[in-house]
Design a protein around this ligand. Structure first.
Ligand code: PHE
Length: 456
């Protein structure tokens, strides 16, 4: 029964928790470096189009599936379709496990940076490369982070997840806005803004489209059932479409603002050359400490420490949702007690994350792991990038494609529309019409095509 599984107490609690899941390292760490690797503003344009046109309807579907069934992703697809469709749920659980395994390592970096900032070590930005090779230290931070995540998840939906999100999200937002205002006053800010906002469409190729799509799904926590799971704790009074719109807007705005903050800083620190902007995962970690240093010792410590602390919190509301997916599966389908499922899964995922931890310079074969790129050439990537490419860039859009196909042709759009209508407070008609069109036609076709092309 629904009440045994826990539920969100308030509407805003659900929206904040789901927005908390969406807003995380994906927005502040991953989005800027993906923009850098994808060549700047052209990536941003594609990313935004994907978020609103493709991801938003999938988000509405996920929440509706969850609320309709009151079940975890595996159980939900089984109940609405046939037991073979549970495979979409299983893929989601697997994607969640893989994503959390590397996400937790990056959360460990953020936590480590918080401790460095407290000590006023602004030089850490230049030492980022060696900082991440210290696997014992980062492993310990990661362990602490996973334990806090498990603690919150073990407390259940209302006390744990809902409460934490309500306080932390607004604070992070204010902090980013403050930093943007400061960034705009710096020399060279214009160069950074131009890089970020004036698109050069010759930068677009298959690789850019593929990673923009993966990033859109990753950032919105879609394609793996996180929002089916959260949706299963939502009451029938909630307007799903409105909630999904608010979650999407919040997430996209924070990613957009993070870019507006970071690119002027990069321009300022590189004196307008933007050198190293395409260097990948280290972008914010290498850049921000230098900026905080310019505030002077006292203010620099306060702002720097607060920033990385809030980044940890943003990550935490995401890791909580990632862990909740396999946990709800074990609790619903395997009848395992919640605390056992929580701590067992957390331990397992931590262990699965060890190669990602070691692949940042500690172990050569994991630091230079081979992967085939889109041009069918072998290239070296870190183990973490390898897992990220499989889990977020491949599994999530594939999951999104299958979810939309499932809704349109198995569950059927009438049932989706009936579920959406419950709790819907009027609202714009064209939005409902668009969702209808997108789910039956646009999403299955476009997502299906992109995934087929990607896998081939
Ligand atoms: N959306 C989160 C972020 O941007 C990551 C995430 C992905 C969380 C998938 C849950 C599911 O940081």
């Amino acid at each position: 029964m629904a009440t045994d599984r826990g539920h969100f107490n308030t509407r805003i609690g659900f929206i904040l928790a789901a927005a908390g899941s969406a807003v995380g390292l994906g927005n502040i760490w991953k989005f800027p470096f993906e923009v850098g690797e994808g060549g700047g503003a052209a990536f941003v344009v594609i990313y935004l189009a994907f978020c609103f046109l493709l991801c938003f309807p999938v988000m509405v579907s996920e929440i509706a599936i969850g609320r309709k069934t009151n079940l975890n992703p595996v159980g939900a697809f089984k109940k609405l379709g046939h037991k073979n469709w549970a495979i979409i749920g299983f893929m989601g659980v697997l994607a969640g496990v893989l994503i959390l395994s590397f996400y937790n390592v990056v959360a460990g970096w953020a936590f480590g940076y918080f401790l460095e900032m407290i000590q006023g070590n602004f030089g850490i930005g230049e030492e980022f490369g060696s900082f991440i090779t210290d696997w014992q230290k980062i492993g310990l931070y990661g362990l602490v982070f996973m334990a806090i995540t498990a603690f919150i998840v073990s407390r259940g939906i209302h006390d744990g997840i809902e409460r934490a999100a309500t306080i932390l999200m607004p604070t992070l937002f204010l902090m980013i806005v403050g930093l943007i205002i400061y960034a705009m006053t710096l020399d060279g800010a214009g160069v950074g803004i131009e890089y970020y906002l004036v698109p050069d469409f010759s930068e677009i190729n298959g690789e850019v489209i593929y990673s923009a799509l993966g990033q859109a799904f990753f950032s919105l926590s879609l394609g793996m059932g996180a929002l089916i799971t959260y949706g299963s704790y939502v009451s029938k009074k909630q307007d799903i479409v409105k909630s999904a719109a608010l979650i999407t807007l919040t997430d996209v705005s924070i990613a957009f603002l993070a870019g507006l903050m970071i690119f002027p800083f990069v321009a300022y620190l590189t004196q307008g050359t933007m050198e190293g902007v395409d260097g990948g995962a280290g972008l914010i970690f290498a850049t921000l400490p230098g900026v905080f240093a310019s505030f002077g010792p006292t203010l620099g410590v306060v702002v720097g420490a607060l920033f990385f602390l809030l980044l940890c919190f943003a990550a935490l509301t995401s890791t909580v949702s990632l862990l909740e997916v396999p946990v709800s599966y074990l609790v619903d389908e395997k009848k395992i007690k919640r605390p056992v499922a929580v701590w067992g899964m957390a331990a397992l995922i931590f262990i699965i994350g060890i190669p990602s931890l070691l692949g940042n310079g500690s172990v050569d074969s994991l630091t230079q792991f081979v992967q085939m790129n889109k041009n069918a050439e072998w290239q070296y990537v870190t183990f973490m990038d390898f897992v990220e490419a499989i889990a977020s860039d491949t599994f999530l859009p594939l999951g999104g494609a299958l979810i939309s196909i499932f809704v349109a042709y198995v569950w059927k759009k009438n049932n989706l529309n009936a579920e959406i209508a419950i709790g819907r407070e009027g609202g714009w008609k064209w939005v409902s019409k668009y969702i209808d069109f997108a789910i039956t036609f646009f999403c299955p076709v476009v997502l299906g095509l992109i995934t087929v092309v990607t896998i081939l």
